[in-house]
Write a protein that binds this ligand. Structure first.
Ligand code: AMP
Ligand code: MG
Length: 344
């Protein structure tokens, strides 16, 4: 199969993408978070193609993308007031809500769960495509399962050339990490995955938020978890990743003491000169955390090379969007963190 990349938001691109979706084909779509691998979310055969092409485990449910906030009423039921409040505050935007599913949402889309994840993305072209297709679009991150997510059309092409008919190129993704996921089906709202909408922002609207333990710790692969995808190894390059935390000076001292040829350092732009002899790659500025979230996956993909023996990574501290960057890097590192303030 030939894979076409179409750039821009011309009407012909929008109609072509919508036609592919209604015909049950896959289309890779830009969003403000990461590129998604989209299919008609109400068509089990189209959804099956997503799992096949990505190599995604069947028990890992998909997010349904809608063109306008009101459309959550087409796929969800018993929608709590809090969902309308969050939609008013953050949609279109990088927030996914888990809500009770209507029967019309195929079991394969929601991995057999009674709930469904839904999001209205902040990306005009993709919302227009969804609107024209007239169906909610199931779209997980477009990477091959287990690989770092795709934040450019080229990343999608690298993973899926010859396997999908169409990629819509909307430029690099603004946020760069996947959406925040909040579960509204339990007694208390629960954060299942941090992202561009921060825990602080959610609390302002909800007044209450529980952080799921999958956000902060490694989950056993056999565990029964609320967010099924979270038990799988994610975002990881092929080589071992170790986070080195602590002050700039202490971290540099630790890394210089342990660095060996063939290893790499993933650091902040402000630190590049410190690691001149350690093959450094910067993923953004520590002083501007949005550049770190936007650059993280492109950097992890660049470092996804079997000849690299180890990656020492620097991770931002604090809340806000830094919380999401920490979560992705810790998962890439399988929660292997060295505190340079204690270890020399
Ligand atoms: P992604 O591959 O980035 O699109 O991630 C989709 C993630 O959303 C899954 O891995 C789950 O963690 C989460 N998710 C989707 N649907 C549900 C659901 N019904 N209940 C809980 N989590 C969900
Ligand atoms: Mg993913």
């Amino acid at each position: 199969m030939q894979t076409r990349i179409l750039s821009g938001d011309s009407e012909i691109n929008i109609l072509l993408a919508a036609l592919h979706l209604t015909a049950g084909e896959l289309v890779a779509l830009p969003t403000e978070t990461v590129y998604g691998l989209g299919a008609n979310g109400l068509d089990p055969e189209a959804v099956a193609k997503i799992f096949e092409v990505k190599g995604r485990p069947q028990d890992n449910p998909l997010i349904l993308h809608i063109a306008d906030p009101e459309q959550m009423e087409l796929v969800c039921e018993n929608i709590p007031k809090s969902a309308y409040q969050l939609a008013a505050a953050f949609w279109p935007g990088p927030l996914t809500m888990v809500l009770p599913a209507q029967d019309r949402v195929p079991l394969s889309t929601r991995a057999g769960l009674p709930t469904v994840a839904v999001r209205c993305p902040d990306c005009d072209i993709t919302r227009q495509i969804i609107r024209h297709a007239g169906v909610p679009v199931a779209a997980p991150s477009a990477n091959i399962s287990g690989k770092p997510s795709t934040t450019t059309a080229q990343h999608v092409y690298d993973d899926h050339a010859g396997k999908i008919p169409l990629i819509i190129d909307g430029g690099p993704c603004r946020v760069g990490v996947e959406s925040t996921i909040v579960d509204l089906t339990a007694d208390r709202p629960r954060l299942l995955r941090p992202g561009g909408i921060t825990p602080e922002q959610l609390e302002t609207v909800l007044g209450d938020l529980v952080i799921d333990k999958a956000v902060t710790a490694q989950i056993d692969k056999d565990a029964v978890v609320k967010a099924p995808g979270m038990k799988y190894k994610h975002y990881a390059p092929q080589s071992e990743v170790v986070i080195v935390s602590g002050s700039r000076e202490k971290a540099a001292a630790y890394i210089h003491a342990h660095y060996a040829k063939g290893e790499r350092v993933l650091c902040f732009e402000e630190e590049l000169t410190l690691y001149q002899d350690c093959d450094p790659l910067a993923y953004g500025k520590e002083a501007d955390v949005a550049t770190l979230s936007a650059g993280l996956f492109a950097a992890l993909r660049e470092l996804d090379d079997p000849s690299i023996t180890k990656i020492y990574a620097r991770c931002p501290v604090g809340g806000g969007v830094a919380y999401a960057v920490q979560n992705r890097l810790k998962k890439a590192a399988a929660f292997h963190i060295i505190d340079a303030e204690v270890e020399a």
